[in-house]
Design a protein around this ligand. Structure first.
Ligand code: AGP
Length: 612
């Protein structure tokens, strides 16, 4: 939540900051602001409520802000409503420092009280402002900005990624990080900070990821990094593999649609390098077959759509490995005194690699002695760095708040992991192993077939975009799939939606079905098709319209009982959700389009949830 960008160099900072904020806007879009510092003008700030365009318009209507060092921020409000004053950057009382902050300062009330007693006047309702005010207060005892920053950090509790400008150091930018993402960018005569690489990729692909407790001093001459004890740190540099076009819409109306269409290619990147001579091969894993044989249980821990991947994973891993698998919401896991120990494997799933609850669950699992393997999209992210093993999904940057290609690649990778572990345990026979591998190879092409035509989804959306509520029902893997379909719909179209295990309907929920209700019946899981048919009959006889999602093979049978049928190619059952999810993504997309929703930036949401 919240996006930060910072720059120091020899060219004007504002255009670089605005370009960076545009690429970070998916992280939060309540308000935006920039601050620059110049030798003549000191600190200059512009910030306002609303989307980045509002800020651009304001800046266009005034003389340009001069300065070759600056910080920018796009906000997802936590403390204090979205308004101009609560927007970042925050400036200290006497204008000596400006800061941008991502995270939550948990002891801000205490610090605020302390400063109020010292006569400091506050302007905003935010927790973040205390950082600016405390920093200026610390300048009373410290003349060196870095001394003052360390004095402030000592007193802060909570999470922060900070960008700091000082009025009397127009060439310098200071950054600090604890439990919130921040990376450093190394340019030619210029240096950058950013919440993620998309913000600076147009200027440099040479980056380093800040670790907790680190402080960085950036000038145009380079970047110095210090650890929490102020010892110099030699950072490992990474080269970002993808280029700026990967983070642009490339002619598509929405990032979400672009990312749906990118799924065949994303899957190819995830799957192909890990298949060799008919075998799943994970060169990147330190975990051995011996380790796998030691695990008594597997836990899958994640949030949102990544959790839904875990729900599919539970069915698949238990089927393939015959090892008990428990799926937990990260936000619940950490507070449930989990019965996890040294003989357990905890699989953590996260697109961003920065979700705070997931990160906290990972730490909890590690402290209990479990081995942690993460499935992550963002290279170098906190979750990746703190895991014992990492499998990267290689989906490329995902910008739309509603995940699509990250979900698909997580799903494929988790199934591959299950297959690999099943083979380590000797619990999958060669014929089935070969059948799944062959279907993994075919998966990108089959998915390309699903997205080849979107007419049917547009048509169904035109029929049903005015529904008050849409139900998703399914059994086994189709139930897990429905959870994702329902979330996709509600997060971008704002239609209330529920997903049920179809067998549970008659234990209560069926009372909500009435003439005209829309039920999406997911019937791709071949072993339970007869059961799906009965559930469809139950809701049809109460007047519901039923859209059935099934495989091509069963289209005719389902066509005779449904209002409409959507089909996907058949594949091995463990991979079927990988194809089934795409029609649900497209249906949600077109419903939201019909309703005129802001698809890439749904209300109240942010892409990366770095607060509890
Ligand atoms: C799904 O479309 C959402 N963006 C959300 O549920 C997301 O999956 C969740 O916040 C977890 O994020 P992560 O994968 O980055 O940890």
């Amino acid at each position: 939540m919240c996006g930060i960008v910072g720059f120091t160099g020899i060219t004007p900072a504002v255009p670089i900051l605005l370009d960076g904020l545009e690429r970070l806007e998916y992280r939060g879009y309540d308000s935006a602001g920039v601050a620059v510092v110049s030798p003549r003008e000191g600190l200059q700030i512009q910030k306002c409520k609303g989307r980045l365009q509002v800020l651009r318009d304001k800046l266009d209507s005034q003389p340009p802000l001069t300065g070759t060092a600056g910080i920018g921020h796009t906000r997802w409000a936590t403390h204090g409503e979205p308004n101009d004053v609560n927007s970042h950057p925050h400036v200290s009382q006497n204008g000596r420092v400006a800061i941008v902050h991502n995270g939550i300062i948990e002891n801000y009330v205490e610090i605020k009280q302390f400063l109020l007693h010292k006569g400091v006047t506050f302007r905003s309702d935010t927790d973040s402002e205390v950082v600016a005010q405390l920093l200026e207060y610390c300048f009373n005892d410290h003349t060196d900005p870095l001394d003052a920053v360390y004095a402030v950090l000592e007193r802060l509790e909570g999470a922060y990624a900070l960008g700091i400008l000082c009025a009397d150091r127009p060439d310098m930018l200071i950054a600090a990080r604890k439990d919130a993402p921040l990376l450093l960018g190394y340019g030619d005569g210029e240096s950058f900070i950013a919440s993620d690489a998309t913000a600076i990729i147009a200027h440099t692909r040479d980056v380093a990821y800040m670790a907790d407790g680190e402080v960085a001093v950036l000038t145009r001459a380079g970047i110095q990094v210090f650890d929490e004890y102020r010892r110099p740190v030699e950072k490992e540099r990474h080269f970002i593999e993808w280029d700026v076009s990967a983070a642009e819409k490339g002619g598509y109306a929405h990032f979400m649609f672009k990312e749906i269409m990118e799924q065949p290619e994303a899957l190819r990147r995830t799957i192909s390098p890990r298949l060799r001579e008919g075998q799943v091969a994970f060169d990147e894993l330190a975990m051995t077959a011996e380790d796998v044989r030691r695990f008594r249980r597997i836990f899958i821990v994640a949030c949102g759509s990544s959790y839904h991947v875990g729900m599919v994973g539970k069915y698949n891993l238990e089927k393939l490995m015959r090892t008990p698998v428990e799926v937990a919401l990260a936000s619940e896991f950490r507070y449930s005194a989990p019965l996890v120990g040294a003989d357990d494997l905890v699989i953590v799933i996260s697109q961003s690699g920065e979700t705070l609850d997931t990160m906290a669950a990972l730490r909890e699992a590690k402290s209990l002695g479990a081995r942690v393997l993460s499935i992550v999209n963002v290279v170098g992210s906190s979750i990746a760095r703190e895991s014992d093993d990492v499998l990267y999904t290689w989906a490329g940057p995902e910008i739309a708040v509603a995940t699509t290609k990250a979900y698909s690649t997580q799903l494929a990778l988790l199934t591959m992991l299950g297959l690999w572990m099943a083979r380590c345990l000797g619990r999958v026979d060669s014929a089935e192993y070969a059948a799944i591998v062959s279907e993994l190879e075919a998966l990108p092409d089959k998915l390309a077939k699903v997205i080849a035509s979107t007419d049917i989804y547009q048509y169904l959306a035109s029929l049903y975009f005015n529904q008050q509520c849409i139900f998703y029902i399914g059994r086994n893997l189709d139930y897990a799939l429905g959870l994702e379909g329902s979330l996709k719909l509600k997060e971008i179209s704002y239609i209330h939606s529920e997903s049920y295990a179809a067998g549970e309907l008659k234990h209560g929920t069926i009372s909500l079905i009435e003439p005209g209700s829309l039920v999406m019946s997911l019937a791709t899981y071949a072993p339970l098709l007869d059961k799906a048919v009965s559930n469809i009959a139950e809701v049809r006889s109460r007047g519901a319209d039923v859209v059935v999602l099934t495989t091509e093979e069963h289209a005719e049978r389902m066509g005779s009982i449904a209002s409409h049928v959507l089909t996907v190619p058949g594949t091995h059952p463990v991979l079927q959700p990988n194809l089934g999810v795409v029609p649900l993504q497209l249906f949600a997309y077109y419903v939201a389009l019909h309703r005129g929703c802001d698809i890439d930036k749904p209300k109240n949401l942010a892409k990366s949830v770095t607060v509890e």
